[in-house]
Design a protein around this ligand. Sequence first.
Ligand SMILES: [Fe+2]
Length: 235
Amino acid sequence: MNVNTVSNAYLILENEIAKMFDEQVINGPFYSAFSQRKLTDEQIAKFSIQYGHHRCYFHQLLGATIACAPPCDKWWAPIVENLYDECGRGVAGMGHGELYNTYLKSVIPDVELTAFGTPAIPAEDFIFEYNRLALDFYKNATYLEAFGYMGPGNELLTIPMYKSILIGLEERGYDLNFWKIHIEEVEEEHYGSIRNLLSSYEDEESLKQIENGAKTSIEHMKWFYNEFYDYLFLK
Ligand SMILES: [Fe+2]
């Protein structure tokens, strides 16, 4: 199997996943509120606290993906790289938690943080529930399902999500580096490394597993962002 070849069947699947995500999540209420700049200062503050919790658990999903990888460093090493990026590759101030908190402090200058650097205001239940849904999926996932969940089902979709968020946050004087770095620097690489592993598959069974992983992730995200919208607009 040549890992540099992208099968036609994979390209079709990738397009289908991106389209499904646009229809079900990017054009849904949460991301539309951002791209249409409908959020008040108070809603942005509430979003920023809860997203601060949400992003803190991403290492668990990456860790679960590593746990599902075949016993071969070609598969798990790119996810380790991704985790290393999360903590800033040892460069002070470049950890994604630190970058996020710089953003958070630009929204809420007197924000209180715990010793772990997470917001002192507790996470809402839907933050933990999303994580539970994801980790439960990984428990029984094949490696193709797990990499489908993290690759086309997650890393591929971060750029459209962050672009919508960025539109909603622009021109308010916030430090937006956290969002921009993900769009401009890290996400293409993170998806690209998983794409290299998955994109040469063309047999029906393998593609079905990749698709199942990606579509399950989209279902989980759709639920999560609908809950997030309700929290911002209905509570
Ligand atoms: Fe990150």
